[in-house]
Write a protein that binds this ligand. Structure first.
Ligand code: ADP
Length: 480
């Protein structure tokens, strides 16, 4: 079992009160580590260290391309430790090993992308009048807080931290209490790097203690959060007291809209993967299938056929579906499945799976729910498990109406060979990302990612994320 420490101002420290939290492997219930239960005093130390580092001449003098080089070195370290990191992520989150590897590869790409971007964020000059030069620069925003969820820890930490450092900010990461292992490893890499003390800090603890202390700290300048609408709302409210901007990537009830003219095999692949990846514990999970009614029976039969072939088991055994994170999440999913008995009909799955040798893990069958009313909870609420809700439509307008009929708007998949129809729908859909005849474009490090409506605001990933971590200064000089 590993004893993890926090990293504050260049030092490895326990929490001031020395309390700890146990970390469990969801695949078998074994305790794999303890982390410090950081509280407001620990967070205060970290934020003050980050503030001081931000104000230091040492950090200000690091050139943009040198910050980029530092991020390249991080990418290299992740690459060198790819196997260990993939296993750690798998043990910590429970996801199948191949998905653990995919997450490590994404983390490498984030560090590389933002390494390359560090010296390319240019400003503008604006024509005002003869005798005035007006220029616009993007300056770092200051101390940035990164509150990381438990489902894709290394990816989500890498995308925001790399962007924040590329643009010259200082960082306090609060990893998820359930899944801190790869955050700890990245922290080791940062500790070995040439970053000066206080530029990167990692704190651990419960959301309501450490997380809340970070998002409400008066010295913070920006908070990035990925997680539920409920927690996002709490974070936004506490940041509001200090007029601190937030970037919120919240949940989704993302639809895959399937027309009868689709490439069927591609669509099946896309729909199955979108709801079973990480056992459905994904903000962008394709948790609603909107299917053209004339094509429904054929398509569902094929989905069921594929679901029957999916294997379920411990992450390290690299089955198709791993365990649910913990008992709380598992019971939540079960409550939704129970509800399906009155709100609709369970077409497939729905039952707990006991995996021999891993009886303390929480496994569940991939599940399909049919005969739902569009406004039912199962068609509206994020379940965060491998549960696919089906709704049918007769024409494009109905498909559109259903697609937009939730409070969320994170991702939409459209499956049709009619490209005019697909473009039309893409233009009318309230969703931060739309994928036509694919779902996710293989991860899309370069594409802006974020939500419409209650799926949040601000964009992660790609070039746009750099704007989260900069503020704009306009300078006008009259020379005559
Ligand atoms: P969600 O239900 O939003 O997914 P989680 O409990 O999974 O929330 O938390 C995601 C991250 O947010 C974790 O790092 C967690 O510690 C943190 N967190 C939870 N509640 C709060 C809060 N009230 N304030 C700040 N951070 C929080």
């Amino acid at each position: 079992m590993k004893t993890i420490k926090m990293y504050i101002n260049g030092r490895w420290v326990p929490s001031i009160n020395e309390e700890t939290i146990e970390v469990t492997n969801p695949s078998n219930g074994e305790i794999i580590a303890t982390i410090p239960r950081g509280n407001a005093n620990d967070i205060d130390d970290a934020v003050k260290a980050a503030k001081e580092a931000f104000a230091s001449e040492a950090w200000r003098r690091v050139k943009p391309h040198e910050r980029g080089y530092l991020l390249f070195v991080m990418a290299e370290k992740i690459r060198e430790n790819r196997d260990e990191l993939a296993e750690l992520e798998t043990m910590d989150v429970g996801k199948p090993l191949a998905q653990g590897y995919a997450d490590i590869d994404a983390a490498i790409r984030y560090f590389e992308f933002y390494a390359g971007a560090a010296d390319k964020l240019m400003g503008d000059t604006i024509p005002i009048q003869d005798g005035i030069i007006d220029y616009v620069v993007r300056e770092p925003i200051g101390v940035t807080g990164h509150i990381i969820p438990w489902n894709y820890p290394i990816q989500i930490m890498s995308r925001s931290v790399a962007a924040a450092i590329a643009t010259g900010n200082t960082v306090v990461v609060k990893s998820a209490e359930d899944t801190p292992m790869t955050a700890f490893k990245l922290t080791e890499f940062f500790a070995e790097s040439d970053l000066s003390d206080g530029v990167f800090n990692h704190v651990t603890g419960y959301g309501y203690e450490a997380g809340a202390a970070l998002s409400s700290h008066s010295l913070m300048n920006h908070i990035t959060f990925t997680g539920s609408v409920e927690t996002g709302t709490a974070i936004m409210k506490s940041a509001a007291d200090n007029i601190v901007p937030v970037t919120l990537e919240l949940g989704g009830k993302s639809p895959n809209i399937v027309f009868s003219d689709c490439d069927v095999e591609k669509a099946i692949d896309g729909v199955v993967k979108a709801i079973t990846q990480n056992a459905g514990q994904t903000c962008s999970a394709g948790s609603r299938l909107l299917i053209e009614s004339t094509f429904k029976d054929t398509f569902i039969e094929k989905i069921i056929h594929r679901f029957k072939q999916l294997t379920i088991g411990p992450g390290l055994e690299n089955k198709d579906i791993g365990p649910i994170l913990n008992e709380t999440q598992f019971k939540r999913i079960q409550r939704y499945i129970e509800l399906a008995k009155t709100e609709g009909e369970i077409l497939f799955g729905g039952k707990e799976v006991v995996v021999e040798g891993s009886e303390n893990g929480f496994y569940i069958e991939p599940t399909i729910i049919d005969n739902l009313k569009p406004d039912s909870k199962l068609a509206q609420e994020e379940i965060f498990g491998p549960v696919l809700s089906i709704l049918t439509f007769d024409n494009e307008e109905e498909a559109l109406q259903l697609a937009n009929n939730t409070n969320y708007g994170l991702v939409t998949g459209i499956w049709s060979q009619d490209i005019s129809r697909a473009h039309y729908l893409a233009s009318r859909i309230d969703s931060g990302q739309v994928f036509i005849n694919n779902y996710g474009a293989g991860g899309g490090i370069q594409m802006p990612f974020g939500g419409y409506k209650k799926s949040g605001f601000g964009r992660e990933k790609g070039w746009m994320a750099l704007y989260n971590y900069t503020q704009v200064k306009n300078v006008a000089i009259q020379y005559r």
